[in-house]
Design a protein around this ligand. Structure first.
Ligand SMILES: O=C(O)CNC(=O)[C@H](CS)NC(=O)CCC(=O)C(=O)O
Length: 318
C-alpha cells in the first residue's frame, strides 16, 4: 500500500528488511547498541474522511515503531484536508477532542514520540469567531502533549498562471509566537509548519534557541513544490546547520486539491538523506547522527560569523 525506505547503514538496512528480525532490530536500537536514534518522516494523502486518515496514519506510526523509530513525523493536515472552508471548519476539534486523544494513546502504547503537523485546532473563542489555529503538536512516548506551535505565517496566495488560489487566513488565526525547541530522543526539535519554511528569520531564531533539527510538516501545492520545496528545505538546513525533517501530503485529496509530496530528510550539510517521492504515501527512516550538527558547525562557524542585527540595517552612503 505504501513504500518504506530505510536510510540506515547497509547491514542494518538489510537486517531491518527481514520481517522476522524486525523486533530484534527494534530492541537492538532501544538498547542503543546501534549508534544513532531513528526518525520516521511520513507522507500521506489525507481526504475529508477523518476516520480513514486516522487509520492510514496509525498504520504508518505502527510500522515506523516496529522498525525502531523513536520519533514519527506526520504532515500538515494529517487529520484531514477539507474540500471547502465550511467543511474545514466543521471537522475541526480542540486539543482535548477525540483525534488528539487517540494519538496520545497511540504514542503511549507504542512508546514513540510524535510530531503531528498542522492539526486543525478550534481556538479558545471558537463559539464566537468560528476560526481555528493550524497547530503543530509534539507528543512524548508517555502520551503527554509537550509542545504546541501555532502556524504564524499564513498562506494567502494567488498564482493565476499556476492555478493556485488559497486564502488560509479566511479560516485560520495566525499563531502569536514561536516556541522553544523540544528535547526529544532524536535531538532538539524546532517547530515550524509548511509556508513558515519561506521565512528564514524563523529558522534562524529556532537555531539560536538551540534547535538541532527543524521540522516543517507540509501540504505544498504541486506548482510551488516543484519550483521551491527542495531548494527551500536544503537552504534552511545549510543556513542553520540543522537537520531538516519535512513530512508531506502527496497526491489528490479531493476534486479541488493536490499536493506535491516528496517528504524529505536533509542533513546539516544540506544533503538529502531520504525522499518519499511524488506518487504515494510512505515513509523514510533516517539515522539522526547529532555529531553531524556539531561537526558542521565546528568546521564552518557561520553563526559566530554573523554580524549583529543592526549591521544589516545600515547602508554605506558614500
Ligand atoms: O488547508 C488545510 O487544511 C491545511 N493547510 C494547508 O494546506 C496550508 C494552508 S492552505 N498550505 C500551505 O501552507 C501551502 C504552502 C505552499 O504550498 C507554499 O508555500 O508554496
Amino acid at each position: 500500500m505504501y513504500t518504506i525506505r530505510c536510510v540506515l547503514g547497509s547491514s542494518a538496512q538489510y537486517l531491518a528488511s527481514l520481517p522476522a528480525l524486525r523486533h530484534t532490530i527494534k530492541l537492538h536500537y532501544r538498547m542503543s547498541s546501534l549508534p544513532h536514534p531513528l526518525a520516521a518522516v511520513c507522507q500521506v494523502t489525507a481526504t475529508p474522511n477523518k476516520e480513514a486518515n486516522f487509520s492510514t496514519c496509525k498504520q504508518l506510526v505502527e510500522d515506523a515503531s516496529e522498525r525502531g523509530a523513536h520519533m514519527v513525523f506526520l504532515p500538515e493536515g494529517f487529520d484531514y484536508i477539507g474540500s471547502s472552508r465550511e467543511e474545514t471548519l466543521s471537522l475541526s476539534e480542540s486539543l482535548s477532542g477525540d483525534t488528539i486523544s487517540r494519538y496520545t494513546q497511540l504514542a503511549r502504547k507504542l512508546g514513540v514520540w510524535l510530531s503531528l503537523g498542522g492539526f486543525h485546532e478550534r481556538g479558545h473563542d471558537w463559539e464566537t469567531d468560528q476560526r481555528i489555529y493550524n497547530s503543530h503538536i509534539i507528543i512524548n512516548d508517555k502520551g503527554d502533549i509537550v509542545s504546541v506551535y501555532r502556524k504564524s505565517h499564513l498562506f494567502d496566495v494567488e498564482l493565476p498562471e499556476k492555478g493556485v488560489s488559497l486564502k488560509e487566513s479566511a479560516f485560520t488565526i495566525p499563531g502569536p509566537s514561536i516556541v522553544s525547541p523540544v528535547q526529544t530522543p532524536i535531538g532538539k526539535v524546532g517547530l515550524g509548519i509548511c509556508y513558515d519554511l519561506r521565512f528564514p528569520e524563523l529558522s534562524l531564531a529556532l537555531q539560536k534557541h538551540g534547535a538541532e533539527i527543524l521540522t516543517y510538516p507540509s501540504a505544498f501545492t504541486v506548482a510551488t513544490g516543484a519550483a521551491h520545496w527542495e531548494v527551500l528545505l536544503r537552504a534552511r538546513a545549510i543556513e542553520t546547520q540543522c537537520f531538516v525533517l519535512a513530512a508531506a501530503q502527496v497526491g489528490k485529496h479531493h476534486e479541488k486539491r493536490m499536493s506535491y509530496g516528496h517528504a524529505l530528510a536533509v542533513d546539516p550539510w544540506g544533503e538529502v538523506l531520504g525522499d518519499c517521492g511524488g506518487e504515494k504515501p510512505g515513509m523514510v527512516l533516517v539515522e539522526m547522527d547529532l555529531e553531524k550538527v556539531n561537526r558542521t558547525r565546528r568546521n564552518m562557524p557561520v553563526q559566530q560569523h554573523r554580524r549583529d542585527v543592526a549591521f544589516y540595517h545600515v547602508l554605506d552612503q558614500t
